[in-house]
Design a protein around this ligand. Structure first.
Ligand code: ADP
Ligand code: MG
Length: 318
């Protein structure tokens, strides 16, 4: 066999790669956004990288929940893990199609395949007892209480927005299809997987899998996948070109790089909030601490610029 020279990388696309803040998230809008946000992926393929692409699903699962809820009485209910799987398939199809068309128009032939992914979580994960991750649409207080009493939902006020459902967000332990992903990447396939963090599943005592009504953080799941398939680097693409200390204040300081120890002390000091930058920093640190060469956090449209050393924040080993 030829010696392997390609650089294996996991690229995790943030929510705004697919639906921009404030958009309703129509299929037309999502295609238009993917046209822009997948440019960087094609550029990496042209540079010879071996790629696995993961992505978020927040607004898309939220819309799916609205559809299911509104159609009750006409079509059967769907549990959250089935909705997460449905959305992985739908978004995976759209991403695959956009990528294949971009490659075709450049005269490149490169296999692309979307894989619905399960992620194992621990049944005794403490997060299971503390639903904290907001999912689905904003509701009135009355509707939230009705859902709680009639459907057993956990509901909480999303400050400044209204009432929403909350579900557990357990830690990802392992990607169930990791060997399949590795085989496909070894064979030269660009794999789209771990959509929305994957469908969380637990192993029952008899060894069988059971879906969990929760969601796994997609950046943490991407870090786990990255280590499990031997990726050298993890690129987390989001809404900012760089990570900052004192973000959004007059003392804001943009960082070009930091070691995992520095990142962890900034995290502990409160520079990276739990609902947004916090899990990205944690994911980047875990990936590097567990043997990854380095991790990058940058804007979806700045990937190539960041790889050329002109922007982005790198998380490096100590
Ligand atoms: P995604 O949807 O891409 O997964 P989020 O929107 O949840 O990401 O989180 C990324 C956002 O976090 C950034 O776009 C930025 O607005 C915000 N943010 C919070 N703290 C920081 C920080 N310290 N440095 C940079 N961005 C930050
Ligand atoms: Mg987000």
């Amino acid at each position: 066999m030829e010696p392997r020279l390609a650089k294996r990388v996991v690229v995790a696309l943030g929510g705004n790669a697919i639906t921009l803040p404030g958009e309703e998230g129509s299929v037309e809008q999502d295609y238009a956004n993917l046209e822009r946000s997948l440019e960087g992926i094609v550029a990496l393929l042209e540079r010879g990288y071996e790629l696995v692409v993961t992505h978020g699903n927040g607004p898309q699962v939220g819309n799916q929940m609205i559809r299911v809820e509104r159609s009750l009485g006409h079509a059967p209910d769907l549990p959250l893990p089935v909705m997460v799987a449905d959305v992985q398939g739908g978004l995976g199809y759209m991403m695959e199609q956009v990528l294949l068309n971009k490659l075709w128009s450049r005269g490149l032939s490169y296999p692309v395949s979307c894989l619905v992914t399960l992620v194992e979580v621990a049944a005794d994960d403490p997060a299971m007892l503390e639903p904290s991750k907001f999912v689905g649409p904003v509701m009135t207080h009355d509707r939230a209480l009705q859902g709680r009493d009639e459907n057993g939902w956990d509901v909480k006020e999303d400050k400044g927005r209204g009432w929403r459902r909350v579900v557990p967000s357990p830690e990802p332990c392992t990607i169930v299809e990791k060997d399949t992903v590795r085989l496909l990447v070894d064979a030269g396939v660009l794999v789209i997987c771990v959509g929305g963090g994957g469908v969380p599943v637990v192993r029952r005592d008899d060894g069988s899998w059971a879906g969990v009504g929760g969601v796994v953080d997609k950046d943490l799941a991407s870090a786990v996948l990255g280590r499990e398939i031997g990726a050298r680097e993890l690129y987390i693409l989001t809404g900012v070109r760089k990570v900052a200390l004192h973000f959004g204040t007059p003392e804001e300081r943009w960082l070009g790089s930091m070691t995992t120890s520095q990142a962890r002390s900034y995290l502990a000091a409160g520079h990276f909030p739990a609902g947004s930058m916090g899990p990205k920093i944690d994911a980047a640190c875990r990936f590097v601490e567990q043997g990854g060469a380095r991790a990058l956090i940058t804007d979806i449209y700045s990937l190539v610029e960041a790889l050329d050393g002109r922007t982005g924040t790198w998380i490096l080993p100590d």
